[in-house]
Design a protein around this ligand. Sequence first.
Ligand code: E4P
Length: 214
Amino acid sequence: MKLFADTAIISEIEEVSEWGIISGVTTNPSLIAKSGITLLKAIEKIVNLIDGPISAEVAEGKSEDMIKEAKVYAKMHKNIVVKIPMTLEGVKAVKALSSLGIKTNVTLVFSTSQAMMAATAGATYVSPFMGRVDDFTNTTDSGFKLVKDIKDIFKTYGFKTEIIAASIRHIDHVDQAMKAGADIATIPYKVLKIMEKHPLTDKGLSIFREASKN
Ligand code: E4P
C-alpha cells in the first residue's frame, strides 16, 4: 500500500517528503483553507516536493465547469490528478476527462455503487472516506468494510481504478486500509508522525543503550 500525505500545509509536506516514503499528496478545499494559501500556489509548491500524484479538487458544479477547471490544473504539471466530487455531473466530467487522458480522483465515495459508477466512467482513483463512514454509522469498522467491498468488486469486474483510503483518523484506520487491500492510504500529518512509534521500540532502544555503555 502506497502512502500519501493528506495535507496542503507546505511545511508538513516538506518534512514528510524527507522521509522518502511518501509517494503522493491529496488536498481538498478544507485543507487548502487551513494551509493559508490558494490551491494554485499550493500546487506550484507541492509538485516540487513530491514526485507523484497530487490531487487538486475542483468546485462542485456542472460537468462543463468542472472540466474547464480540471484542464487548468492538469496543464500545470504532469503529476496533477483532478479530484472530482461524486455526483452525476462529476461522473460525466470524469468520463470526458478520462477520454482526454486527464487523471481523476473521485472523492466523497461512501458506497460500492458510487465506486462502481466512478470506475465505469474511467476514474484513475476513488477515495472512500473511512473516518466519515465510521462517524456516520457510529462503528469502528464500516470504513474497513467499505474499502474491502470496493476492492473485492473491482477485482471481480477487472476495474483498474485504484482505491485511496481517505478520511483516516488514527493508526487503526491505516491498519484497516492495509487489511482491506487499499492501493493507497492518504494520511494526515498528525497520524503520519505517530506511525513509527511503539512503546516497545522505545523500551528496546533504552535497553540497548544501557547495554552498549558496558
Ligand atoms: C482526502 O482525499 C479527503 O479529502 C480527506 O481524507 C478527508 O478527510 P476528513 O474526513 O478528515 O475531512
